[in-house]
Design a protein around this ligand. Structure first.
Ligand code: FAD
Ligand code: DLZ
Ligand code: SF4
Length: 508
């Protein structure tokens, strides 16, 4: 009798994955497939593809070393049908399988397809819950039930209590749930930021880099100096180095941006959490332990834990609760195309240029670059959420729809009308100037409000509020800002609109 076939996707590289726990090494087969459909349904960044293929190939080797049979289909294999479904059909025939075990995927699109496989394949298909997350979708749905708006802060408190993280009995350690008042310092240009943890490509990675250069030549992004972790041991080393070297200053400089310094005091573990090489619980526990031993202060540790136990689980909860309609939300009716410079970096706005160039080189930008520079511009300029979502899904090596979509449509673009965020994260140039050194080397003048030399974020900010008054005017958190707008003279409003029209017309 043939054993069970167990399909492992590129973002399921965890030995503790639900579909691997009961594997029978004597008869079962693990199936892993590199397929063009996943590479091109959006044309992912070259570095992201290379990272994932190398991590998949290393994971397959590790399973084999354990005595597990792995059927690994390479992108260039002659009969590769190019899709999950096509490769599953071939594998079922190859192995004479009567049973296929899966773990639920990270994207609604793939889950829908998997649900049809039972009928299409005529064999028993079992889809298991992904137990690697700390908040199962049902628990999130219970928490969200009856709430008109969802607020991460309240969800996060529940998670702290549930997992007893940074708690003293029923109270948060230190008496506060959130220490952001001590975080978010402006950048200190004399900082000696530690170098990122990086690994020289081995034979497997070198082969993959050649494959990606060859097959994905017209995709966005660079492959030079590839240094991602591609095994669990390497990913654990990234986490260890973060805890040892960066965590103590994580909170303080969480929002700071310095030209040519992409990595700052962030952890750079999103790539590994999202493909399964690291688990969220172990990152949370490592950070908590650093506080217990006195290695890192509470403001840093709490801030870091909130990102993983709070934000990461929160956005995933929203994704599964609201899909598929969430992907179509466009509350502000934004219709503009994506400016070409999001791909080329050719713009005189230095903050945008720095963030895009770095994204092209590393498939990475930290949260504030994604939110307050690249996202803020897309919001102010009124770019259609479909294009913005596609761009973010393509360009970051940690991007999968479950985490990318709520961040972009909910947090950045307010496309869900305020379900995830209580107000749009819109800001003028002063915020970027306060949190970075970008403005000192820009063709535009951040202190100027009007005219050709003025920072575009300054007039676009007000233009955005004027344009969307019918949708945002009643938002209590924007009341003061709209009152300031009301005090502006008609001439000033006309000037803002003229500057904005002139600038937006240049975007094509
Ligand atoms: P750190 O700053 O060190 O944070 C630690 C971890 O916390 C991250 O690795 C991540 O797992 C988690 N985290 C932090 N913020 C968030 C958040 N808002 N949502 C979910 N998890 C969070 N994160 C992704 O993992 N994939 C994405 O596709 C993605 N797209 C984003 C798009 C936009 C517009 C914005 C504003 C944010 C996005 N984020 C995304 C969240 C965040 O920017 C990244 O998780 C973070 O920059 C990854 O770098 P890091 O590992 O150094 O994170
Ligand atoms: C992102 C990605 C890419 C580029 N290629 C593959 C692949 O060839 N095989 C695979 O199993 N997974 C790949 N992935 C990750 C999938 O897109 C991801 O598993 C689904 O989107 C579900 O989250
Ligand atoms: Fe960006 Fe404006 Fe500063 Fe230039 S002046 S870097 S456009 S915020």
């Amino acid at each position: 009798m043939s054993g069970t076939l167990r399909l492992i996707l590129g973002d399921q590289l965890s030995r503790s994955l639900a579909s691997l726990t009961d594997i029978n090494k004597a008869v079962d087969t693990v199936l892993m497939v590199e397929v063009m459909e996943e590479v091109t349904y959006v044309r992912h960044h070259k570095r992201k593809i290379a990272f994932l293929f190398s991590a998949m190939r290393h994971f397959a080797e590790e399973l084999r070393a354990e005595g597990i049979t792995v059927d690994y289909v390479h992108l260039d294999d002659a009969d590769n049908r190019g899709s999950f479904a096509g490769e599953v059909v071939r594998a079922v025939a190859r192995h004479g399988s009567q049973r296929l075990v899966l773990t639920e995927p990270g994207e609604h699109r793939v889950l829908q397809a998997m649900r049809d496989w039972q009928d299409e394949l005529g064999i028993d298909v079992e889809i298991r819950t992904d137990t690697r997350f700390m908040c199962p979708p049902e628990m999130f749905a219970d928490w969200a039930d009856g709430r008109k708006q969802l607020r991460m802060d309240f969800f996060y408190r529940e998670m702290r209590r549930k997992y007893n993280i940074l708690m003293e009995g029923k109270e948060p350690v230190g008496g506060k749930w959130n220490y952001d008042a001590e975080n978010r310092e402006s950048p200190d240009l004399s900082l000696q930021v530690p170098a990122p943890t990086s690994f020289a490509p081995d034979t497997i990675t070198t082969e993959v880099l050649t494959l990606v250069e060859d097959r994905c030549a017209n995709h966005f992004g660079d492959l030079a100096d590839f240094g991602f972790a591609v095994t669990r041991d390497q990913a654990l080393a990234v986490l260890d180095h973060f805890i040892a070297e960066r965590l103590p200053l994580f909170g303080t400089y969480q929002d700071a941006m310095i030209a040519d310094e992409p990595w700052m005091y962030h952890s750079h573990i999103g790539f590994y959490l999202n493909c399964g090489l690291l688990l969220p619980a172990e990152a949370v526990q490592a950070a908590e332990a650093a506080w217990v031993t006195g290695h890192a202060p509470l403001n840093a540790v709490e801030g870091f834990i909130r990102q993983i136990l709070g934000w990461r689980e929160f956005v995933r909860g929203i994704y599964w609760l609201k899909m598929p309609s969430y992907a179509d939300r466009n509350f502000l009716g934004a219709e503009r195309g994506l400016p070409e410079f999001y791909w080329t970096g050719e713009t005189a706005m230095n903050c945008m240029k720095q963030s895009i160039d770095q994204t092209r080189r590393y498939a990475y930008a930290h949260h504030i670059q994604r939110l307050m520079v690249l996202g803020n511009f897309a919001l102010l300029a009124g770019i259609d959420p479909r294009y913005v979502n596609e761009w973010y899904l393509v360009v970051y090596a940690d991007a999968y729809e479950w985490v990318e979509l709520p961040n972009v449509s909910g947090m950045v673009l307010f496309a869900d009308g305020g379900y995830l965020a209580s107000k749009p994260y819109a800001a003028g140039g002063a915020y970027i100037n306060r949190m970075s050194n970008y403005c000192s080397n820009c063709r535009y003048k951040v202190a100027k409000k009007a005219g050709d030399e003025a920072c575009p974020f300054n007039y676009l900010y007000w233009d955005f509020l004027i344009r969307n008054r019918d949708k945002l005017g009643n938002n209590a958190r924007l009341g003061m800002i709209y009152r300031s707008l009301d005090k502006m003279s008609d001439d000033r409003v006309a000037e803002i609109q003229a500057d904005s029209s002139r600038f937006l017309a240049t975007l094509g």
